[in-house]
Ligand binder design. Structure first.
Ligand code: TXA
Ligand code: MG
Length: 310
């Protein structure tokens, strides 16, 4: 308990000085900085090698803190009440009086906001006078980090501090819903969209990201382990690591299990760390068995599909 307090204190000290640190969330680790500070936000873009026209998600403790920066609406209220804190990100209209750094949004008038559930991060957010801008803690286009050691692998000593919250419970990024007009899904994620549809009582369109739009998945290659990946494989070819979701009678050295019982939640949780492990084990090619395209399985397939654009 005492060490938790002192770690949070340490994290706050770095953030108050406009430094970037890594923080745990229930989805993936974030590379966080003071969202009101141009200095801190510019550091995030630089460290991550992120194109400046790709806006960041801002993390809040609760809706009361959010109201200073964004206009909220009925759809937001319904979804917030049901799913926050949790793996859902809302795109809302930015208030003119907001103090959010213009670098967060690339001068756009909308803001992506999220209320993470991780207990450590919530304790930290509660103590800050500002919200945290935090993209996933990885070099742009690479695999997201789901544990402290992944962050260190990505950034080495360039990152001042990692608030270690263990392995992320969900392991895949938040679902992004645009609430500026008629709700639409901008990115599949950790929250099943059928649950969102149930609360809003309507079907929601999943936006196909056109090249013109600066929104999630604009960049064809994303979530990449840095080596070629092949989806829906029935068997591995020579030199491939084989990623499976169901237990085989006979397993070989190159067989890696996301799940042994075709459990989609477990597969999502293991996805990024397993791909990272395969690469670190020295493989140059990856084949992945077909993953059921249902619930969070759709999100897994979305990520695999982007990773396969290598
Ligand atoms: O689970 C998550 O969402 C994690 C954790 C750390 O919170 N964050 C995350 O951030 O995945 P990032 O930066 O890797 O992905 C955020 C996505 C980007 O694709 C960006 O284009 C989109 O959100 N985005 C940010 N602001 C937006 C806005 N105002 N309108 C539309 N899309 C936006
Ligand atoms: Mg990311």
């Amino acid at each position: 308990m005492k060490s938790i307090q002192s770690n949070i204190k340490k994290a706050k000290k770095y953030l108050d000085k406009n430094q970037c640190i890594a923080v745990p969330t229930e989805t993936v680790y974030g590379l966080a900085g003071n969202a009101y500070s141009d200095i801190a936000v510019k550091k995030i873009f630089k460290l991550k090698r992120r194109p400046i026209n790709n806006p960041l998600i801002v993390h809040y403790y609760d809706v009361n803190k959010l109201k200073k920066d964004c206009h909220i609406n009925i759809n937001f209220n319904k979804l917030y009440k049901k799913f926050s804190p949790g793996p859902i990100t809302f795109v809302l209209k930015l208030k003119k009086s907001s103090k959010i750094s213009k670098f967060v949004t690339n001068k756009q008038h909308s803001l992506a906001v999220r209320f993470p559930k991780n207990v450590l991060l919530r304790k930290l957010l509660k103590q800050l006078d500002y919200p945290l801008a935090a993209p996933s803690a990885n070099i742009s286009s690479r695999l997201s980090s789901v544990q402290a050691s992944d962050v260190v692998e990505e950034f080495g000593s360039k990152i001042k501090y990692v608030l270690d919250g263990g392995k992320c419970r969900i392991g895949i990024e938040s679902t992004i819903v645009n609430l500026l007009k008629k709700p639409e899904i901008l990115r599949l994620g950790g929250l099943d969209i059928s649950k969102i549809e149930k609360i809003l009582q309507k079907k929601i369109l999943i936006k196909n990201n056109s090249k013109k739009n600066i929104s999630p998945g604009q960049f064809p290659l994303h979530y990449s382990p840095g080596i070629p990946l092949r989806m829906n494989a029935k068997k591995p070819y020579r030199g491939e690591a084989f990623v499976l979701v169901k237990k085989r009678k006979i397993s070989f050295k190159n067989y890696y299990y996301l799940s042994k019982k075709n459990n989609l939640k477990q597969s999502a949780k293991n996805l990024y760390s397993l791909l990272r492990k395969i690469k670190n084990d020295g493989y140059k090619l990856i084949a992945v068995e077909k993953v059921r395209n249902k619930g969070i399985g759709r999100t897994i397939n979305d990520r695999l599909n982007r990773a396969s654009k290598y």
